[in-house]
Ligand binder design. Structure first.
Ligand SMILES: NC(=O)c1ccc[n+]([C@@H]2O[C@H](COP(=O)([O-])OP(=O)(O)OC[C@H]3O[C@@H](n4cnc5c(N)ncnc54)[C@H](O)[C@@H]3O)[C@@H](O)[C@H]2O)c1
Length: 338
């Protein structure tokens, strides 16, 4: 069993991974400054797992404060680095904020690996690195295309920074390229709870259904897809969390210092925006108030994963489909709107 440091462990994907790691018997602590999460998440992780969850409220860009925490924790086997800002639109308006937080933060985490002999890093990357791919599904060998936003650029640069620093930092690393994480924990106790207005399709759907928004727009109905709307590969956050535990265990055993590996994490099924809406309407029994709108600049037409590598090497099998995503997201929306 490993001792694992999560950066951003009270965030959306971090909190589900925290649960999965505790359930797998690992020892876990988090550093999260709550810039996009809250301390209540810890109680809910404990309520789900029956185990204590611990977060240090520290900004990873503050090297001195970060080092004090890492020093106090003693031997750490691996870090899973989630902490980053992720709002694409905001990154276009405030690129420096994103470069600073996502890149300086990463460099500090690598520095901690070097100083405190943390031998492995799992990194949250994204399918945005593939841009608007020419061929589907995308494999890990699909070419990386120029980033469409400063956020996307931080993910690409993050990968490059890690791969260039493996020897210096003394780590083996696994890059995980997520497709579209969505849904919430089965318990209804944790889920996506952003500080700012939601931008991703699934929370926009549930916020519209519960009345937080009067209506929602479907951006573009004339794309060259089966119903004219964009295609994405929605992956349930609990399946994604499981993949982190498997990737961690794989890294500790098979990825020695100075080497790396990369995995796509998606369910290998493209779902259109209209199909996602229909899935929501079916599981919730609610009619959604949406209207067709113009295309949104920067949106990729269609993307879905070939995740056979994760299946073969990690033994990862995603168990939940778009209906389960919508069902849990809807339950979570009702809980967080109380
Ligand atoms: N959710 C997605 O759609 C998606 C897709 C692909 C990749 N990713 C990546 O996965 C990671 C986790 O995403 P998420 O959806 O859980 O986001 P999230 O915002 O819910 O979680 C990130 C957490 O990091 C914390 N944080 C941010 N900057 C920090 C700092 N400087 N110091 C300390 N804590 C800090 C936030 O408070 C938050 O709790 C991010 O790196 C994101 O870029 C997310």
């Amino acid at each position: 069993m490993a001792k694992v440091w999560l950066t951003g462990g009270t965030g959306y994907i971090g909190s589900h991974t925290y649960v999965d790691l505790l359930e797998g018997g690992h020892t876990v602590f988090s550093t999260d400054d709550y810039s996009n999460s809250s301390p209540e998440v810890l109680e809910n992780i404990t309520a789900i797992t029956g185990k204590e969850a611990n977060n240090y409220e520290v900004d990873i860009c503050d090297l001195e404060a970060l080092e004090a925490v890492i020093q106090s924790e003693g031997k750490i086997d691996a870090v899973i680095h989630f902490a980053a800002f992720k709002a694409v639109g905001e990154s276009v308006e405030q690129p420096l904020k994103y470069f600073k937080n996502n890149l300086v933060g990463l460099i500090h985490v690598l520095e901690m690996c070097k100083r405190y002999a943390i031998s492995h890093m799992i990194y949250s990357s994204s399918c945005t690195v593939y841009g608007n791919p020419k061929e589907l599904p995308v494999t890990e060998d699909t070419p990386i295309l120029p980033a469409a936003s400063p956020y996307g650029l931080t993910k690409q640069m993050g990968e490059d920074i890690i791969l260039s620093s493996l020897m210096d930092a003394g780590i083996g690393s696994v890059l995980l390229r997520y497709f579209n994480p969505a849904g919430a924990h089965e318990s209804g106790k944790i889920g996506e709870d952003p500080r700012n207005a939601a931008l991703n399709l699934v929370p926009v759907i549930t916020e519209t259904a519960i009345g937080k928004r009067k209506e929602m727009a479907v951006f573009g109905s004339d794309y060259p897809t089966r119903d004219g709307t964009c295609v994405r590969d929605y992956i349930h956050v609990s399946d994604l969390a499981r993949a982190h535990t498997l990737a961690l265990e794989y890294a500790l055993e098979h990825v020695p210092s100075g080497s790396w590996d990369v995995f796509n994490l998606g369910v290998e099924q493209g779902v259109t925006v209209l199909e996602a809406i229909q899935a929501f309407e079916r599981v919730s029994g609610q009619k959604l108030n949406y209207k067709m709108g113009p295309r949104r600049p920067g949106d990729v037409v269609a993307i879905f994963a070939d995740a056979s590598k994760a299946r073969d090497r990690l033994g990862w099998v995603p168990l939940r489909d778009i209906r389960e995503i919508m069902r849990t997201a809807w339950e979570w929306e009702k809980v967080r709107s109380r």
